[in-house]
Design a protein around this ligand. Structure first.
Ligand code: PEP
Ligand code: MN
Length: 345
């Protein structure tokens, strides 16, 4: 990784670096962070001579070789001080960051979503979630509708909160990017879909879009999860958040096995914010608060919570796991207390 002395290389400086890299059959990728640019060497970067030549250029501060399967996501990388923003708010800076909203937007009842959105804003959330297209285990269950994109865009307009939607393929990705969706959620089913992760990174490079990557049942070790996020960053978008949301169920009664305890491991290895999803983790409205408090105590930077003004009227996961905006408000306040008193290494 190449770190320039200034915030960014000029066109001529970049050309000089690229010329050296190409002598060694490598190329350079510019990664635009919020406060600075860093440059990744793509190809076999283990050439000492190439390193020395680049490091010797007068406008280069340093060239680091990080031997890690996730050299850009690594805490030791030049992106270590990268700040991840959603809308204008830096995630996990002064208080826990809350994304909240229904699991699924009902296109036949836009008001239910819009009213939920207003109540969720009142409760103190920083961003709105809402499923437009849904990954459903049962192929005959409701799969989503393009019309719901219009509804969540209207909610953004009315509440001025940034929005988070899940995309599962290129077509959805392009529609979401055209609509300047603030957070692209890559759900657990696609967390290891490397072609999609690369496309997400490439098409959102240089934009303000942030990606929420979920860890699900089939994502194993912390490193496998971080390496999946690396695919997005290595295509040019460093705005990623890691989202543990429960793994293979082991305790009869929970939908998934709560995995918020992975948070300190992720935070120890990477600079990326961790935003835990307690709703999909425990899968029952009654257990969401306990899981949320635990996640914050473990060091999470934020939470993604399913909330709906009338959960029994919701679709998808809402009848089981969405909490009311009143409960969300209480939960946010309690999490803020834990945030202030928590011990972090
Ligand atoms: C969701 O957020 O509603 C969802 C389907 O998420 P996951 O990928 O965690 O199952
Ligand atoms: Mn859901």
């Amino acid at each position: 990784m190449i770190i320039p002395k200034a915030n960014k290389l000029s066109t001529n400086e970049l050309k000089e670096v690229e010329a050296i890299a190409s002598d060694f059959e490598c190329s350079i990728l510019e990664i635009q962070g919020h406060n600075r640019c860093v440059y990744a060497i793509l190809g076999d970067e283990s050439r000492e001579v190439m390193f020395k030549r680049i490091a010797g250029l007068p406008f280069i501060s340093k060239v680091d070789m990080i031997e890690s399967p996730y050299k850009l996501m690594d805490r030791r990388s030049g992106l270590a001080d990268h700040r991840v923003l959603v809308g204008k708010t830096e995630v996990g800076k002064e208080e826990p960051f809350f994304i909240a909203g229904p699991c699924t937007i009902d296109p036949n009842n836009p008001n239910l979503y819009l009213e939920s959105a207003h109540a969720i804003k009142e409760a103190g959330a920083h961003a709105l979630r809402g499923g437009v297209w849904k990954p459903r285990t049962n192929p005959y269950s409701y799969q989503g509708d393009n019309q719901s994109l219009e509804i969540i865009l209207q909610a953004r307009e009315e509440t001025r909160l940034p929005i988070d939607i899940e995309v599962m393929d290129s077509e959805q990705l392009k529609l979401a990017l055209d609509a300047k969706v603030d957070v692209l959620q890559i759900g657990t089913r696609n967390a290891l879909n490397y072609s999609l992760l690369k496309e997400v990174g490439k098409l959102s490079a240089g934009s303000d879009t942030t990606v929420l990557l979920k860890r699900g049942r089939h994502v194993g070790s912390p490193n496998e999860f971080i390496a999946a996020a690396e695919y997005i960053v290595a295509e040019g978008n460093p705005n990623v958040m890691l989202c543990p949301r429960g793994t293979t169920p082991q305790l009869e009664g929970y939908r998934n096995h709560p995995d918020e305890s992975i948070t300190p491991l992720l935070k120890n290895r990477t600079w990326a914010p961790v935003v835990v999803d307690p709703s999909h983790s425990v899968g029952h409205a009654d257990f969401v608060k306990a899981c949320s408090l635990a996640a914050i105590a473990y060091g999470a930077d934020g939470l993604c919570i399913e909330s709906h003004i009338d959960p029994p009227k919701g679709i998808g996961d809402d009848p089981k796991q969405a909490i009311s905006p009143d409960k969300l408000k209480e939960l946010i306040q309690s999490c803020q207390e834990v945030w202030k008193s928590r011990y972090l290494p």
